[in-house]
Ligand binder design. Structure first.
Ligand code: NAG
Ligand code: NAG
Ligand code: NAG
Ligand code: NAG
Ligand code: NAG
Ligand code: NAG
Length: 295
């Protein structure tokens, strides 16, 4: 069965070679080394007597086929263990793809009629993750800005970009091999919405800026200033509260004081002491809150 299937395929191949190969459209597929790619037949269900044949390269070497619903892989060394054909739809998956798998893949489908498809597969080198470094000499306590450099080694056909959130801040592109590609950035510290992205047209690698790792001095400075601000605000708030309570208390004291004055001086004294105590309470509360922030 397999044998006749292959033979049939070979005949189709020969016919195709004779009658104007190259009239069918070529679908371009880009993939990164180490990834998997699936070449689709666009068939929903393989019928019992359908022949689906996959071929590769300029020699159109047969690599896999389905005939009588039996899948057969031809032992082509560079594809060892990498091919998987879907028994339902005949699609071909190449796992852990390598640069040597770059080339033209040809599909022959023979059911009622015969149709052809071609896939131009290009395998790109694996992208490294970009590396972010800081020029710590710039992270002085007097400066709130920080100099960063994002770089990648040994890349070609890539764009290297700095992003803040989803907006591009700057980018640089190369088509030829670049041993070392780098892009500088000056930023405010204490913000980790920044990322550096190295990308092919179809995929990318992203490194997020981690403000814990970089610009220590700057972030410490920023942290210290925001800490001081919290303390200042707290103190101002406490002062305002003390003032309001003091005024209220003062009003109450005056009121009761007037009342008492007409009666007994001893009672008046007691009331005044009560107000003074209340004030002391507020001051000590102030102290407690302040020391909590400090520790
Ligand atoms: C064919 O099968 C593969 C693998 O199961 C799947 O990824 C693909 O989407 C299918 N294609 C179609 C056209 O149904
Ligand atoms: C396949 O793609 C490569 C890269 O895009 C291109 O240089 C080549 O001409 C294409 N080949 C065919 C047969 O389309
Ligand atoms: C940091 O900046 C100084 C001054 O320009 C420069 O000499 C030094 O090489 C830079 N360091 C790095 C790691 O870029
Ligand atoms: C960072 O360092 C470089 C090199 O010393 C210098 O030219 C640049 O002005 C510095 N930037 C800041 C913000 O200090
Ligand atoms: C970059 O490429 C050169 C030459 O191809 C190689 O010697 C070097 O090890 C590569 N470096 C990295 C980091 O991949
Ligand atoms: C990087 O690729 C992912 C999917 O792989 C995509 O969601 C994301 O938008 C890409 N990022 C950039 C900056 O191109």
């Amino acid at each position: 069965m397999n044998h006749s299937g292959s033979f049939f395929g070979l005949c189709l191949l020969l016919l195709n070679g004779v009658f104007g190969a190259g009239t069918e459209e070529v679908k371009s597929v880009s993939v990164m080394e180490g990834d998997s790619v699936t070449l689709n037949t666009d068939i929903t269900e393989v019928q019992r007597d359908d022949l689906i044949l996959w071929m590769f390269g300029p020699e159109e070497t047969r690599i896999a086929e389905i005939y009588n619903q039996i899948i057969k892989y031809f032992n082509i060394e560079i594809f060892s263990e990498r091919l998987q054909m879907d028994s339902k739809n005949g699609s071909l998956t190449i796992r852990n793809i390598r640069t040597e798998h770059t080339g033209l893949y040809k599909l022959i489908i023979s059911s009622r009629g015969t149709s052809y498809k071609r896939f131009n597969v290009t395998v790109y080198a694996r992208l490294p993750f970009p590396v972010i470094t800081s020029n710590s000499s710039n992270c002085s306590s007097s400066s709130s800005r920080c100099s960063l450099v994002c770089s990648v080694l040994n890349v070609s056909d890539v764009t290297l970009s700095w992003y803040k959130g989803i907006s591009v801040l700057s980018s640089i592109s190369v088509s030829d091999l670049s041993i070392s590609l780098s892009l500088p950035l000056e930023i405010q510290c204490l913000d980790d919405s920044y990322s550096c992205v190295v990308s092919y047209s179809f995929t990318n690698r992203t490194t997020h800026l981690n403000s814990d790792d970089l610009c220590h001095t700057c972030s410490a400075v920023a942290q210290r200033s925001s800490f001081m601000m919290v303390i200042a605000v707290t103190l101002a708030l406490l002062a305002a509260i003390a003032l309001v309570v003091g005024l209220m208390c003062h009003g109450r004291c005056k009121h009761s004081g007037e009342k008492v004055k007409s009666r007994d001086e001893e009672v008046n004294y007691a009331v005044t002491t009560f107000c003074a105590l209340q004030r002391t309470d507020i001051i000590s509360a102030d102290h407690t809150v302040y020391s909590t922030i400090v520790t």
